[in-house]
Design a protein around this ligand. Structure first.
Ligand SMILES: C[S@@+](CC[C@H](N)C(=O)[O-])C[C@H]1O[C@@H](n2cnc3c(N)ncnc32)[C@H](O)[C@@H]1O
Length: 321
């Protein structure tokens, strides 16, 4: 696996910065350690978590149209995936490309080393002939470093509503990185969760089995495990909210009482007032016009929007102008 050379010791720094901010916050990328990866796989199978099913439906039903242009190039290309996760939906595309005998190398990029190892293993058994080059890195740094092969056309996948895990300003910044990290003619396929009935959205982040709660709480467990902290998870409540105007679904951990938490690795204690919250995740829902505006900002033209019949989810194909 191609891991970034700089160290990953920023967890402690990010926790320190986040818990010293007002309001307190923790970056959502730290959800994904070995336990968080497993919990996310359980979330994807939940009846309330429509996102995975809907995107699967889009890719399963329309992969031929989605991949028509890259196949028509009839030349070797790079298939880069930002935040690949377990690659469950991507395998629909990989299978079709492999069946069509396309000449490409798959570069799954993910911050989580454990999920990349799992993906590499499953690809080796399901697609033994596939050229795979996993990269452990962040979205932004991988786009800056561009470790995929120079000179070949790129199809960059950014599936699963990953861009939705950023607020508007940060999403624009990621789109800027995509602009810089691509060349004329490169294609980008992005997954967006669309605005819909607010209750449907909220239920996806507050499931009846409590798996999304467990996923959120894993951040506290992870700080306890890795940074020698004493968070009492039972004194925090998982609290997702959805604002239909901004389209932002935000998850919080709310302290149920005044308390002090000590983080040994930081040599610091943090005071919580009763009902003070830690903001842990944003999942922004988009309208098609907002998505089109992002394409315009990044210097991409919209080739096609692929939607499921209920219009819950969009995979949009852009081309660099
Ligand atoms: C919501 S999951 C989606 C996974 C997959 N794309 C899918 O649709 O099922 C997000 C994935 O992106 C990774 N990730 C989150 N933030 C990241 C970042 N800033 N840079 C790189 N990977 C990140 C996580 O480790 C996780 O595997």
């Amino acid at each position: 696996m191609n891991a970034k050379n700089t160290d990953f010791g920023t967890f402690a720094q990010d926790v320190m910065l986040g818990l010293n901010s007002t309001p307190k916050t923790l970056p959502s990328k730290y959800f994904y350690d070995a336990k968080g990866d497993k919990l996310f796989q359980q979330i994807m199978a939940l009846p309330e978590y429509y996102l995975t099913r809907k995107e699967y439906e889009v890719l399963e039903g329309q992969h031929e149209q989605i991949l028509a242009e890259v196949l028509a190039l009839n030349t070797p290309f790079n298939l880069v995936e930002l935040g690949a996760g377990d690659g469950m939906k991507t395998k629909i595309l990989l299978r079709y490309l492999t069946d069509k005998k396309a000449d490409f190398t798959y570069y799954p990029v993910d911050f989580s080393g454990s999920v990349l190892e799992e993906l590499e293993e499953s690809l080796a058994s399901e697609f033994p002939a596939l050229k795979v080059n996993p990269i452990q890195d962040t979205y932004r740094d991988s786009l800056k470093r561009q470790v995929w092969e120079d000179g070949k056309p790129n199809l960059i996948l950014f599936l699963g509503a990953n861009l939705g895990n950023f607020g508007v300003k940060e999403a624009k910044n990621i789109i800027d990185h995509l602009r810089v990290g691509t060349k004329k003619g490169d294609q980008v396929l992005l997954g967006f969760d669309l605005k819909k009935n607010p209750q449907t959205i909220l239920d996806a982040y507050h499931d009846s089995e409590g798996v999304t709660r467990e996923f959120n709480m894993n951040l506290l467990d992870r700080i306890n495990r890795e940074l020698d902290a004493d968070f009492d998870r039972d004194s925090f409540t998982h609290w997702p909210t959805y604002d239909p105007v901004s389209g932002e679904c935000r998850s919080y951990l709310v302290s149920q009482k005044p308390q002090v938490v000590t983080i040994g690795a930081l040599n610091q204690s943090f005071e919580f007032e009763a009902y003070e919250s830690i903001f842990t995740e944003i999942s922004k829902k988009y309208s098609l016009s907002e998505i089109e505006h992002l394409a315009y900002l990044g210097g991409f033209s919209v080739k096609a929007n692929f939607l499921d019949p209920e219009v819950y989810f969009a995979d949009v194909l852009w081309e660099k102008k």
